[in-house]
Design a binder for this molecule. Structure first.
Ligand code: HEM
Length: 388
């Protein structure tokens, strides 16, 4: 195991010990295996894609799927929006909102001053906590998407914390996605805080902003609120985790000098960082109809867990020279009709962060790190770096 792999393994174990065990087990269980009380584990790229693409027989709704959690918090109306005809209509409508060009423009508009300050900190010889920076960056992005007028770093941290607390309520749903009433009540309060600016933004924002665009595209206020909450939860912890872990992976593999010398490798660093970190390490589904998956026969009512982290890491450690792998493709963003809506934004923010570090003209090294604990997405709580 390389130094970089040891750090990643330690991070996963510290953040979520049970998840670490599950992902490691996936290395030995074979392509698909039933584990009592957990469900079917899928650890093969072809079968993973087939399961996630089988919309007839698998669903995000029902026990084991993320939509099941949301329906309990937001109400049954999300059912159609999450996996019914409403979902297809929503994805078709918002497709042009989530392009690479719009993601880059969004990142430039919202994050440029924060990133410039980070470059200046490193240039001055001071330490930079990239984990904190990542929380501020994602907090700012999400606040902007949700029409909230956050201006300070502290507000961005608070916004990040609210989204992370909401996401973390899913912890402990490994065996069942049924939530108890107290958890549902807490979740609803957090949702109300996060969506406080959506109604106003939906009614009045210009069409260059997400909420204004949603209105112009014919989405109702409630659908827009649902989409907003989903983005806040799906896009904060994951993106922040990927950012700090990619910065650490570049340093831990001794690749920072090369990236500084060859900035054209940034897209490769982004792809490899996402592959190795795979911030959504498991993607769950409820089985709604009998399916043959490899040698296994899954029955309606079963749960399945695609071990994306295990599958993505089978190729080996972070390597700037590793080519795009057509087998995994972008499995770190899921597959099928629920494939990540914010993937362009996630890649744009990760690339912008690496460019801000490269702008110092010096490679960076890690001077200290601490893992976050009891979080849904394994992440650094602190990752201090300096330039050499
Ligand atoms: C590195 C960062 C990210 C990773 C690794 C990631 C990963 C994923 C994965 C694996 C899924 C599929 C879940 C499933 O099939 O059950 C997903 C869905 C989704 N993601 Fe991301 N995501 C990231 C960032 C973002 C961002 C920045 C946003 C938006 C601001 C976002 C919005 C969404 C939404 C709305 C969905 C649900 C799509 C649907 O059900 O049709 N994600 N993401």
């Amino acid at each position: 195991m390389t130094t970089a792999q040891r750090h990643e393994s330690w991070l996963l174990f510290s953040s979520r010990p049970a998840l670490w065990v599950l992902l490691r087990a996936g290395r030995w269980t074979g392509p698909v295996r039933r584990v009592p009380r957990v469900g079917w584990l899928v650890a093969d790229p072809v079968l993973a894609r087939r399961a996630l693409g089988d919309h007839r027989n698998t669903s995000v709704l029902g026990e084991g799927g993320v939509g099941h959690l949301w329906a309990q918090v937001l109400g049954d109306w999300v059912t159609d929006l999450f996996d019914g005809s409403g979902h297809a209509a929503l994805r078709a409508r918002v497709r042009d909102v989530f392009t690479e060009a719009s993601a880059r423009a969004h990142v430039d508009r919202v994050l440029t001053p924060t990133l410039a300050a980070a470059t200046a900190t490193l240039r001055s010889g001071a330490e930079l906590d990239v984990a904190d920076l990542a929380r501020v960056l994602t907090g700012r992005l999400v606040a902007d998407l949700l029409g909230l007028p956050d201006t300070t770093d502290e507000q961005a941290r608070t916004r990040f914390g609210t989204a992370e607390r909401l996401a973390s309520l899913a912890l402990g749903t490994g065996a069942s996605t049924h939530l108890d009433p107290a958890t549902v009540a807490t979740a609803r309060e957090l949702v109300a805080t996060l969506t406080a600016g959506v109604a106003e933004g939906w009614a009045h924002a210009g069409e260059d902003r997400l909420l204004g665009r949603c209105r112009a595209l014919g989405l109702g206020r409630r659908e827009t609120e649902g989409l907003a909450v989903l983005m806040a939860v799906a896009g904060t912890g994951t993106a922040a985790s990927a950012m700090a872990r990619t910065v650490a992976l570049v340093a831990d593999t001794g690749s920072a000098g090369r990236l500084v010398a060859e900035p054209g490798l940034v897209p490769d660093a982004v792809r490899e960082g996402l592959r190795v970190s795979t911030p959504a390490p498991v993607v769950g589904r409820h089985v709604t109809g009998d399916i043959a998956l490899g040698s296994a026969r899954l029955r309606a009512g079963d749960r399945l867990l695609v071990l994306t982290h295990t599958v993505d890491n089978a190729a080996g450690g972070f390597d700037l020279d590793r080519p795009y792998d057509p087998a995994t493709r972008q499995l770190w963003f899921g597959a099928g009709r629920h494939q990540c809506l914010g993937s362009a934004l996630a890649k744009a923010v990760l690339a912008a962060l690496l460019r801000a570090l490269i702008a110092t003209g010096e490679p960076w090294r890690v001077t200290g790190r601490r893992a976050a604990r009891r979080v849904l997405v394994p992440a650094y709580a602190e990752l201090r770096i300096v330039t050499a």
